[in-house]
Design a binder for this molecule. Structure first.
Ligand SMILES: Cc1cc2nc3c(=O)[nH]c(=O)nc-3n(C[C@H](O)[C@H](O)[C@H](O)COP(=O)(O)O)c2cc1C
Length: 210
């Protein structure tokens, strides 16, 4: 893919409000999208996410009700609910140790990472931090979907308690971070992108020289 084609995909993606209910995503395409979520970067490489795929019509209707009646939830082909893992990251966590061991680092580097992680966790809201990582995976999945002509809408507007109940989510272990509806747009046209100008959002501090 060249740069133009990649930017084309970024412009093609938009928050699709209505999907074609008759067009379903095939399994291979859905796996591709989920794979780009799985391969996403995360703080300390801890992969603080789980992806629940909902395609059952009854469940989608319940999720719509829990999402202020947004029609994306029932017109889409699949809803992917991204759960942030929680309760696993306290300082001294065995889970974190297991995750870090995957890298086979020398002992001094491994111990330094464990200390660094423990110190950070003592200072921050761990659930919020896990949710932030889920948003990175969400962005990648929506972009990769656009690259293969699949539409999406990020859904942050939902009632957490209702979604937890509908999907039987263990609140001790998971926090619903975001949902994404995937499918094919019902209407060909899409709204013009409203974005701040490049120079408003990009600044070269200290000039452009190295
Ligand atoms: C975290 C997050 C939550 C969002 N929640 C919703 C939502 O509940 N419903 C919706 O229609 N769009 C939602 N959006 C989509 C944004 O409104 C949309 O991306 C933004 O207005 C820019 O438009 P565009 O994506 O079409 O370029 C959400 C986006 C993000 C990143």
């Amino acid at each position: 893919m060249n740069k133009e084609e990649i930017l084309e995909a970024f412009n093609y993606r938009f928050a699709c409000k209505e999907f074609d209910e008759n067009e379903k995503i095939d399994d291979d395409d859905l796996s591709f999208i989920l794979e780009t979520g799985r391969l996403s970067p995360s703080s300390f490489g801890l992969e603080q996410w789980k992806f629940l795929v909902v395609r059952n019509g009854g469940l989608k209707a319940k999720l719509r009700e829990a999402s202020f009646d947004q029609q994306q939830l029932t017109t889409c082909s699949e809803v992917v609910v991204i759960l942030a893992k929680k309760g696993l990251y306290e300082p001294g966590s065995a889970h974190v140790a297991k995750m870090f061991k995957r890298w086979n680092y020398p002992d001094d580097l491994y111990n330094m990472l464990i200390d660094f992680h423990s110190n950070l966790m003592a200072e921050i809201d761990m659930t919020r931090w896990a949710v932030e990582q889920c948003h990175i995976a969400a962005g990648n999945m929506m972009t990769s979907a656009a690259m293969i002509g699949i539409d999406s809408c990020a859904i942050g507007g939902f009632e957490h308690e209702k979604v937890e109940k509908i999907l039987n989510i263990d609140k001790e272990k998971f926090e619903p971070a975001m949902m994404i509806t995937f499918g094919y747009r019902e209407h060909d046209e899409q709204p013009e992108k409203a974005r701040l100008p490049f120079d408003d959002v990009v600044e070269f501090v200290g000039g452009k020289g190295y």
